[in-house]
Design a binder for this molecule. Structure first.
Ligand code: 15L
Length: 265
């Protein structure tokens, strides 16, 4: 994107990642318009509405340069709920953005779009062009989001960066997260890169920090200008002393989606 977007719509603004971005993104020069089903603490101008509220969504997308789309159920749930919140909700967001002439969407996807992919035997990273392999209805909805983005890029010229986010948290809490962690600071850096980096149509990137034990290849994120600064390795000794190394046949270690492949998370 030649120019940095100014006015950015943030859906899911009251959630965990939304709360982080409300704190960190304004320092990059963005003006945020917040949207959530729940009231957004400290933001009296936030739009409190459901994504199925067409009038609210039309008002929310009017005049914005870009959207960061975080809204939706953030884990496994009954299919009917995923269908409404994640699949229909994301479709409605894209169609409102198309009608409003929005140039770019940063779409929060998940590693669970490829969760049933086995980790490479050599311990290397998985490339971004690995086939979709969802581990849950939740992961399936994230595959839908990527494919919807591809359609809207080709048909309507809306640029999208789909983020396959790993494990967003203040600190890694498990041995798996030594590979999958995305720190809050790197999350903001990634969003800024996704809002400003060069994109032709639709691109998919993984969202993790500069972890020594990274599970995913960051080449496409780096091509956008993402330069992660955090590394989960500083927590490795303490976590392994407390929890032990993961056995190779443990699903948490064997599959990219970890326990989502067994229990849906
Ligand atoms: C996700 O997509 C979830 O939203 C989050 O709660 C974590 O479970 C994360 O994936 C993960 O894989 O660690």
């Amino acid at each position: 994107m030649a120019n940095q977007p100014n006015q950015v719509l943030l859906t899911g603004a009251a959630g965990r990642i939304g709360t982080c971005l409300r704190e960190l993104l304004p320092a990059y020069g963005y003006r945020l318009r917040c949207f959530d089903r729940l009231p957004v603490p400290g933001d009296p101008d936030a739009i409190t509405a459901d994504l199925r509220d067409a009038a609210a969504l039309a008002a929310a997308t009017e005049g914005v340069d870009a959207v960061v789309h975080l809204a939706g159920i953030p884990g496994e749930a009954p299919f009917a709920d995923i269908l409404t919140a994640n699949i229909e909700g994301t479709y409605r967001l894209y169609d409102a953005a198309r009608a409003a002439g929005v140039r770019r969407i940063v779409n929060a996807g998940s590693n669970h779009a490829v969760g049933f992919t086995e980790r490479p035997a050599d311990g290397g990273t998985v490339p971004v062009d690995t086939p979709q392999r969802p581990d849950t209805y939740y992961g399936l909805s994230k595959c839908f989001g990527e494919n919807l983005a591809s359609l809207y890029a080709d048909r309507h010229g809306i640029e999208t960066v789909s983020l396959r986010i790993g494990s967003f948290a203040p600190e890694p809490r498990s041995v798996r997260m030594l590979g999958t962690w995305l720190s809050p600071g790197d999350c903001a850096r990634l969003m800024h890169a996704a809002l400003t980096g060069p994109v032709a149509g639709h691109t998919v990137v993984y969202g993790i920090s500069a972890n020594t034990r990274a599970w995913w290849d960051l080449a496409s994120a780096r091509a956008l200008g993402y330069r992660p600064l955090d590394d989960a390795e500083v927590f490795a000794a303490g976590l392994i002393a407390k929890l032990g190394e993961l056995p190779a046949d443990d699903p948490e270690f064997r599959y990219l989606g970890g326990r989502f492949t067994q229990t849906g998370g």
